[in-house]
Design a protein around this ligand. Structure first.
Ligand code: ADP
Ligand code: MG
Length: 261
């Protein structure tokens, strides 16, 4: 199942799988996210960080076509994003919402069967990533722990053969141990499947440990962005941005990359 880039197959693809270009989006014509520039390539993980109300969920909703853009553009898999969520889902642009999107009254098996696609991955394919689910197939989803439900939510998303996977607060309500188990799995899946992932995550350190790049949003603006390796070494700066203490250069509010040195 592995298609990860190796030394024999150098990555030549430079086009981002998802490109947000000056994206302004909100509710009832009022922007909640302004002039956001961000991109993520196949096989890469972009961490979208920021406090409550920063605009993270809004960004993900826009990226699946659930919210109309007010200005700017979204290009997904080389084409402008469709305005219909279902059309985007068919193209492999899949959201795992923070509510997890699992049916509590149904069994694990039935949850998965409902998500299966005709020529898509099989249940066995996804059990390879989440072997614990295999032994829970007959269990009612509502009886699973939070971490197990998140595994199921990810497994359901994988059955849709995502090319762009948008994951909203995977760790909401989970124990640190459960989060530490799930995020590396997501990294492995992104590598194996060459999937572009946008990960909204409250655990900054964990997110940066598996991401390739990150954007910190505050009040709908990107106040910091950069490679995860750089940002890992600048925890002070990330936290300052998180709490809105970093001023982006005027005229380029989304380009607040790390200063040299
Ligand atoms: N359905 C909605 N209608 C109006 N405003 C909304 C709606 N959903 C979110 N907002 C507002 O948009 C802003 C960004 O919210 P959101 O994207 O959910 O933030 P985050 O996911 O970073 O916590 C907040 O000010 C929030 O109150
Ligand atoms: Mg949110």
């Amino acid at each position: 199942m592995s298609t990860s880039a190796t030394s024999e197959t150098p990555r030549v693809e430079v086009q981002p799988a998802l490109h947000l270009d000056g994206l302004t989006v909100g509710y009832g014509g009022v922007p909640a996210v302004r002039e956001l520039n961000a991109q993520v390539r196949a096989g890469e993980i972009l961490a979208l960080l920021g406090p409550n109300g920063a605009g993270k969920t809004t960004t993900l909703l826009a990226a699946v076509g659930a919210l109309p853009t007010l200005s700017g553009s979204i290009t997904a898999l080389g084409e402008p994003l469709d305005r219909r969520v279902e059309a985007n889902a068919r193209r492999g642009i899949i959201l795992v919402p923070d509510s997890r999107g699992v049916f509590h009254r149904l069994s694990v098996d039935d949850n998965l069967r409902l998500a299966r696609r005709k020529h898509g991955p099989t249940l066995d394919d996804v059990f390879d990533y989440f072997p614990a689910l295999r032994s829970m197939r007959a269990r009612r989803c509502g009886t699973l722990s939070g971490g197990e439900q998140q595994m199921l939510a990810l497994a359901k998303a994988l059955l849709c053969a995502p090319k762009i996977l948008l994951v909203d607060e995977l760790s909401l309500g989970l124990s640190p141990i459960a989060v530490e188990g799930l995020l590396p799995r997501l990294r492995q899946i992104a590598d194996d499947q060459q999937m572009a992932v946008v990960l909204v995550e409250q655990h900054i350190e964990l997110a940066l440990s598996i991401a390739d790049s990150a954007v910190v949003l505050h009040h709908g603006r990107a106040v910091l962005s950069g490679a995860a390796t750089e940002l890992r070494g600048r925890r002070d700066m990330v936290e300052a941005a998180y709490f809105g203490n970093v001023e982006a250069p005027s005229g380029d509010r989304t380009g607040a990359t790390l200063p040299a040195g």
